[in-house]
Structures are given as C-alpha cells and as structure tokens.
Design a protein. Structure first.
Length: 419
C-alpha cells in the first residue's frame, strides 16, 4: 500500500460513507497518543484541506477571517442574537396548548441548558455555528431518560458516520481522552441546507468569493491610508533629474507616508512641473465595490440591505413590513430547523406525539401588533363584521390556552350578575 493510501484509507470496520464536512478548525494530532508521538488522521487532514478556502481574489477565507468583515459579522450576529432572544417553549399537544413546564426540557430551553450558559447564550452559539460551519452539535445528557443538560460540542471534534443499516453515529474526539461514539438520539444536531442530508453547508464557504473580494477591498483601502501616499498627480522634468535632486525628492516623498501627511505639497526640484490626476477619494476607497459586496454577502445570509445599516434606501413606515419579511423568509426556516431537531433527537419516542417545541416569533412582530389586533377584532365580529373565528382559535394562534371562566367579556346586553 502506498504512503497516500495509508494516509487516507479508513480504519478497518469504519463506514465508507463520508459526508462532506464544513469544519473550520480540525485537530490533526490524536490527544490519546503519547507525548512526542505525532500521528495524523487522514479524514481530519482532508477536512482541514476543505476548510481552508483560497479564493480567486487571493484571500484565504476561513471562519475567523470572514468574521472580521463587518457585513459577515452583522449577518451572523443579527440572526444568532435574534434566535437567542426569542422564547423557545415546550408545549403539550392538544386543545389546551399548555406549556409543558413540568417537563425537564422546558427549563433547558427557556432558562439554563447547562451549568455555564443561559438559554440565550446556548441558542446564539448553536445558531452561529450552524451559520458559519453548516452544523451545530449539542450532547443531550439524560437521567432516567429525561434530558438534564444540553452541552455544546466543538464542530472540529465531531464527525458523522452513516452505517450500512442507515443508522447515524456521531464520533466525538475530545481534546483529552479516547474517542466517544454517540447515537443520533444523543446529539441535538442543528443542520443548515445540506447536499447529503448529513452535513449542512457552511454559508461562509458558499460565500467565500464574495467575502474574499470584500476582505481584499478593505485591505487595499487600509494599506492606502497606512502608507498615506495618495497619488494625486505626476512630476515632470524637461530634462534629466540630477542624482542629488532625485535623492532629495525621494526623501521628501518618504516624509509624506502615512495618512497624517496626505495631500501635503512637495518642494519640486530643478524647475519640475506637477500635473494633477483626476483620481478622487471615492476611487481610492473603492466605495462602489465595497457597497456591492455588502449586498452580495447579505444575499447569502438572507439579511435585507436596510438591516445591514445600508442607508441608501428609505423605508419609512414600511420598516414593519421589512421586519415581517425578514422573519418569514430569513428566520422562519431556522425556527423550523430548531423545532424539528429538538423533536427528532431530544424527545423520547413515547413523547413525540405529546410534546412539541415552538418559537414565539410574535416577539419580533410587536411593531405590527396594531394590525394583528384589528384583524383579530374583525375576525371576532367587531364593527358589525360577521365573525369567522372564535376566541379560543385566536388564542391558539398566539400559543395561548383556552379562555377560562371570567376571561371572556360579557355578552352584549348581559348583566354583570348574569341575569
């Protein structure tokens, strides 16, 4: 067997199904090996090679470098923070639609999933990893079958294997200790859009060219101001410049380096003439290219331009409509991904018909509550309209239980004593 074959061949008994990974940081040295003993796993090296993306612009786009771009950071933080702040409750199925507060999972989703994170921290972290890596993993720690902890696992330490019987295993290699193998019901796997159904696609990798061009444009502008030599024209001499004059001119130009000395005049030598260029600061800063890259990156992450702080569009009173657009088409797919991932992996088989997880996206629509109130009022028969909904139906849309006695207003003409 050749060196390359030995390097990349799977160990005996390992499934040959290898889903494409999108892991930004991959440990190559096995932590279980003795000190000074260097071994490299072929799968991990291949994952590392895929994680490093050299773009046509010359920029090496990784998760770390991509997040240095303000547009990428805004897209990732906006979606992650929004998911983190939204209430995620566990409900009990049925006509009552009651919150399952007695279930151990309810506390994990709403207050504290583990000993060091709040519910906001956990959801924001998982969502960020799903965006930039394509996947996010959390170990479901159980006691007597009930979940008591949700522990996030680093992406670079988790690989997925699908066996011949279609079952899926999660191989976790911690920094210290032997590899651990978990079943699908032991791992909460939040997955983005996937080509193989096992691994999600990293949006950073999908937008690598757009991000790379944005990084290079920013770097060019930064270097321009760091060096400070904003070329504003050409120096002409009718003959040949003497060596002494040439050296003095070089020294004078060197003194103008860095942005503090930009646009200062030069002392010309031996009757030289200065011819200004028509180049402007707008050209030097590549503003048009940078603004276009904002739109390109925002398109991949599903974030509208106004939410990226691009103020060339005036929405006015339509900002509420924009917010609803973002919730429906940018966030709603992630709501469903979270809810079904919890249903798939965290709930026991006996509980899946009884409980369900649900985001309350109404917290993002507070600006349009007036419109909702008018709609529900008409649906209930306000203003002479023929009612087409009942009170309990309206409450169900807001994830509220049935109205209890005393919550409903008295019928028209009915006295307070009920007579």
């Amino acid at each position: 067997m050749s060196f390359i074959d030995r390097f990349f061949s799977p160990p005996a008994g390992r499934s040959t199904v290898r889903p494409a990974a999108a892991v930004p940081f991959v440990p190559l040295v096995s932590a279980s090996m003795p000190e000074n003993h260097f071994t490299v796993d072929g799968d991990r090296l291949a994952d590392l090679m895929r994680a490093v993306s050299m773009t046509e612009s010359g920029a090496n786009v990784t998760v770390t470098t991509a997040l240095k771009n303000t547009t990428v950071f805004r897209c990732v933080s906006l979606v992650s923070y929004t998911i983190g702040m939204l209430p995620l409750h566990l409900f009990e199925a049925g006509d009552e639609r009651l919150k399952a507060e007695s279930h151990s999972l309810y506390k994990l989703l709403t207050r504290q999933p583990n000993d060091w994170q709040s519910a906001f921290d956990f959801k924001a972290l998982m969502q960020m990893r799903a965006l930039v890596n394509g996947d996010a993993f959390a170990l479901v720690v159980r006691s007597m079958g009930r979940p008591i902890r949700l522990v996030p696992l680093p992406n670079g330490m988790v690989t997925i294997r699908q066996n011949d019987d279609w079952t899926v295993e999660y191989h976790y290699q911690p920094a210290k200790g032997p590899k651990q193998i978990f079943k699908a019901e032991e791992i909460l796997h939040l997955r983005g859009l996937s080509t193989d159904g096992l691994r999600g696609m990293s949006l950073v990798r999908q937008a690598a060219e757009a991000i790379g061009l944005a990084l290079q444009t920013e770097k060019a502008a930064a270097r321009l101001f760091r060096n400070g030599m904003l070329v504003g024209g050409a120096l002409k001499h009718k003959a040949k410049l003497s060596p002494e004059a040439y050296e003095r001119l070089k020294a004078s130009m060197a003194e103008r380096e860095n942005a503090d000395n930009a646009h200062k005049w030069l002392i010309l030598e031996e009757e030289m003439d200065a011819t200004p260029f028509s180049q402007t600061g707008r050209d030097n800063q590549h503003l048009e290219t940078r603004q276009h890259q904002i739109e390109e990156i925002g398109r991949v992450f599903g974030v509208p331009r106004p939410l990226l702080m691009v103020d060339d569009t005036s929405w006015g009173s339509g900002i509420d409509v924009l917010g609803q657009f973002f919730v429906r088409y940018g966030l709603a797919p992630w709501f469903t991904a979270w809810e079904q991932a919890i249903h798939r992996s965290v709930l026991l088989d006996a509980e899946k018909d009884r409980f369900y997880a649900k985001f309350n996206e109404g917290a993002l629509l507070r600006g349009s509550m007036k419109d909702q109130a008018e709609f529900f009022a008409k649906a209930l028969g306000s203003g002479g309209h023929r009612p087409w909904m009942g009170v309990d139906e309206v409450r169900a849309l807001q994830e509220l239980g049935k109205a209890k006695p005393g919550q409903l207003p008295a019928a028209p003409g009915q006295q307070e004593d009920g007579q």
